[in-house]
Design a protein around this ligand. Structure first.
Ligand SMILES: [Zn+2]
Length: 140
C-alpha cells in the first residue's frame, strides 16, 4: 500500500512539495507534449549535460567524488561512466516535476542527480519509452 502510493506520487517521501503533486492525470496530455518538446530541445540537453558534469566532479563530505542519487530510498553513488538507458546511469531528476511547474523545466537549480531507474520510478510521465528501463542490475 505504501509502496504503491509512493509510485503514484511524483515526489519522494519527505519532499516539501508533496501537497502539489496530486493533480489528476487527465490534465496531462497537452502538458506531456510540451514536456516532450522541451526534453528534445538543444537548450534542455545542454542544461542536463552541464548539470551532469557538475555532479560528476562534486566532492562529497566523505572525500569521495561524484554526487550521489538524491532519491531518499536510494542515496547510492552514481557511476558516471554508465550511459543511458542503463538503469544505473545518471539521470537529471526534476525536484519539482515538469508537469507541476513547466516554467522550471529549464532551470538547472531544479535538477537533482539520480539513477535513471530511480528517476523513472518516481513519475509515470517520464518520457523514456516503454522497455527502456529493464531490470535493476547489480554492477557494484
Ligand atoms: Zn538511485
Amino acid at each position: 500500500m505504501k509502496n504503491e502510493a509512493a509510485y503514484l506520487n511524483d515526489v519522494p517521501e519527505g519532499a516539501p512539495t508533496a501537497a502539489v503533486s496530486q493533480r489528476p492525470r487527465s490534465t496531462g496530455s497537452v502538458l506531456a507534449a510540451q514536456i516532450r518538446q522541451i526534453r528534445s530541445s538543444h537548450a534542455y540537453r545542454t542544461m542536463v549535460d552541464h548539470f551532469r558534469d557538475r555532479c560528476r566532479v562534486q566532492r562529497n563530505e566523505d572525500g569521495t567524488v561524484g554526487a550521489h542519487c538524491w532519491i531518499l530510498s536510494c542515496q547510492a553513488p552514481i557511476d558516471y561512466s554508465l550511459k543511458f538507458p542503463h538503469p544505473d546511469s545518471f539521470s537529471a531528476d526534476h525536484y519539482i516535476p515538469m508537469k507541476e511547474r513547466i516554467a522550471l523545466a529549464l532551470d538547472p537549480e531544479n535538477l537533482r542527480p539520480s539513477h535513471f531507474a530511480c528517476n523513472s520510478g518516481r513519475g509515470a510521465d517520464e518520457d523514456y519509452g516503454p522497455g527502456a528501463l529493464g531490470e535493476p542490475s547489480e554492477i557494484w
